[in-house]
Write a protein that binds this ligand. Structure first.
Ligand code: NAP
Length: 272
């Protein structure tokens, strides 16, 4: 199993903002070379210059829309052609859309399924065989505390994160003795652009963490823990354990009350 990130190459999706950006920075600080992926070219270029200047690591950027199958294949082909060995794949890019299922568009649901589920599964399918062949490396998937229970008004989002959690933990068992580390991070409420994009009023959310603290926690657990997944933060853990002991109907009722009036203004794509 990998002991440190020094001189490895990590591909981080959703690296232009929030948890992905913080993960990329922490990886660079620990000596990893990077491939940064997201849609926003300008933000990726800024990150590349900053990380190269501060940490002296090599940073490639690949602006693309991971919802699109062709873009994912293009990314894989480009890393192959460029001779870049992806030692660690960080499947972080994800999106949420708030609202009752009946009143939100299929386009919102499709975006969540394509990015949170399809892209994560597809990139894993593309990069895992090389890691297994080399008997080293790993995959860090970003799920959420939302993956532990149904969330009314974030029904599709929570279901995609349940997929990420279950898929990752099953893969962890399949890869356990292969030298390849599979790990699933489950953050709770974290201070990023996520809530604004999703249209959730963050004022109503509890226990906000910083993206940097979440990223440091994730990388520490990836290297040092042998567990398949970890929930960030004491209060988040307590909440999830309490839910496990509660009747499921009660859990859904309470989460429904929590999220019912959490609607906030949603920014447009231009405003990103
Ligand atoms: N923030 C929280 O409270 C929280 C809690 C639990 C779990 N999470 C999870 O943490 C992960 C990161 O979210 P975040 O909180 O850091 O949110 P964020 O600040 O909105 O970052 C999302 C990242 O994903 C990228 N992205 C979005 N759509 C994309 C697409 N189609 N193709 C490629 N990249 C795309 C965005 O970049 P571009 O816009 O440039 O493409 C951005 O870099 C997500 O999986 C989220 O579900 C967040």
């Amino acid at each position: 199993m990998m002991k440190s990130f020094k001189n490895i190459t990590a591909l981080v999706t959703g690296a232009s903002s929030g948890i992905g950006k913080a993960l990329a920075r922490e990886l660079a600080a620990q000596g990893a070379h990077l491939v940064l992926v997201s849609r926003n070219t300008q933000r990726l270029e800024q990150e590349r210059e900053d990380l190269k200047g501060r940490f002296g690591v090599s940073v490639h950027i690949f602006p693309e829309d991971l919802e699109r199958l062709e873009d994912r294949l293009e990314l894989f082909a480009w890393t192959q052609k460029s001779g870049i060995t992806v030692d660690v794949l960080v499947n972080n890019a994800g999106v949420g859309h708030y609202g009752s299922f009946n009143e939100t568009s299929f386009e919102d649901a499709r975006a969540m399924l394509d990015l949170n589920v399809q892209a994560l599964t597809h990139l894993t399918k593309l990069y895992l065989p090389g890691m297994l062949e080399r008997k080293t490396g790993g995959i860090l998937n970003v799920a959420s505390t939302a993956g532990f229970q149904p969330l009314p008004y974030l029904a599709v989002y929570a279901a995609t994160k349940a997929f990420v959690l279950n898929f990752s933990e099953a893969l962890w068992a399949e890869c356990k003795n292969s030298g390849v580390r599979i790990f699933c991070l489950c953050p709770g409420n974290t201070l990023t652009r996520f809530h604004q994009t999703a249209g959730i009023d963050r004022q109503r959310m509890f226990f906000s963490a910083s993206a940097t603290d979440v990223a440091r926690f994730a990388l520490r657990k990836f290297l040092r823990s042998s567990r398949p997944s970890a929930i960030y933060g004491f209060w988040n853990k307590l909440m999830i354990y309490a839910e496990r002991l509660s009747p499921r109907r009660l859990t859904v009722f309470v989460t429904g009350l929590m999220y019912k009036s959490s609607k906030a203004g949603r920014r447009t794509t231009d405003g990103k």
